[in-house]
Ligand binder design. Sequence first.
Ligand SMILES: [Zn+2]
Ligand SMILES: [Zn+2]
Length: 117
Amino acid sequence: MIECSNCGNLYDESLDHCPECLSSLHETDDNGDECGGIFEAVSVWIKDKGRPEIICRCAFCGALKTEPVEDSDNPVTLMSVAARPIASPPFPIERISELTDLMGGQGDMDGYYRDHK
Ligand SMILES: [Zn+2]
Ligand SMILES: [Zn+2]
């Protein structure tokens, strides 16, 4: 089991994020350096009418990633994240192109997506 660094919940290490608060740890950044920040769930979208994905942003370095919603995720947390107004996205403007790359399917999660269908 892993202890969530955000809410202290214990969860199985096979999960990519905490099912209670949907956060995970940013272990390494793009350069392979340790970050140690917490990826916070900032929004939820449904990509290509498929499975919903959680958009996560590292509270420390601002990196973005998406993760598929797991069956074990807390539906109340999911709903509260999904209901956040998209009109005030918590994304720094210089990260928008990174986000659109994710939307275009260029992100790392695509491999995961393919393998877990
Ligand atoms: Zn948590
Ligand atoms: Zn980070």
